[in-house]
Design a binder for this molecule. Sequence first.
Ligand SMILES: [Fe+2]
Length: 353
Amino acid sequence: MDHLPPQTTNPDSANPTKMKGIAFLEFSAEPEFGMESIFTNFGFSKTSKHRSHKVEAFQQNSILFLLNQDRGFAGQFRDAHGPSASGMGFWVEDAKFAHQEAVKRGARPFDPTETTKAAYDLPAVYGIGDSLIYFVDDPKAFFEKEFAPHDAPIEVEQKGFEFIDHLTNNVHKGTLGQWSDFYTEIFGFTKVRYFDIRGDETGLFSYALRSADGSFCIPINEGTEEKSQIEEYLREYKGPGIQHIALSSSNLLSSLDQMEGTGVEFLDIDDEYYASVFNRVPNVSEDHAHIRRHNVLVDGDEHGYLLQIFTKNIIGPIFFELIQRRGHDAFGEGNFGALFRSIERDQRRRGVL
Ligand SMILES: [Fe+2]
């Protein structure tokens, strides 16, 4: 594994679209898919609905998920991809400026026809797999203008997820550089890491990119052979897209305690994993037995550590990661081998390998 040095600050000049963070993620699925219970299992309450489109808002702390069941752009997107992540909102200083700047730098402007209109009154460009990147300069005003309190809200106890830590993209073999350039040259993301990961039979290359405002990361994966989990994703999703969304909790074990009984399934891990992990990462202050009971993965160094766990595929081939950072801003590289083997076991069970 080869690591580029972590970058912590980024001057204004390197934040060309004046990004401030993620305002929302948009998902698209038919009602019978049951996205609503997935979101509520993770502690998102259904709070609001769009004033003129079939879009519902699910919220937990500062995270906003929009579930779009309308036709228009999202309808066409799910016709092509099935249950999917159809768009994300970048929070920027000035939406109009950000859109112009992104287009000037090579982004393709969203150009809807009568049947592919978006649900929101926001400028947008095409992103990964022709999903949409919307620009929002005042997330609160946008939400109040376009959404109203839901007439049949579902309130659940929040489960401690506070923000989106990262969202990872899977891309076709040979296009990692191109997609990395997309985020770096148009939006000023910086490369923070490069990985070359081998499982028992398959592998992947990955770049981790940090947003210009520093608030979240987009790692990008490219598979190395036909049977790899990345290529499997690309076949199932019918193109590149979001592979997983990592939600941050400041107390992951408590979050997982609260998720018990919801039926959310997590990846298993090597039997021998816990024989060595607490030697490798010695400063973990959480109860080791509690970590082990939840199959939580641990990674870090002498300065800090992280706890993480991965669900099985849950929205088509998309899955969630749940993560708690304690002074460690990597992505669990020490676990990639164990994780990769776990996914290979799952692939073998499903007859893919
Ligand atoms: Fe991740």
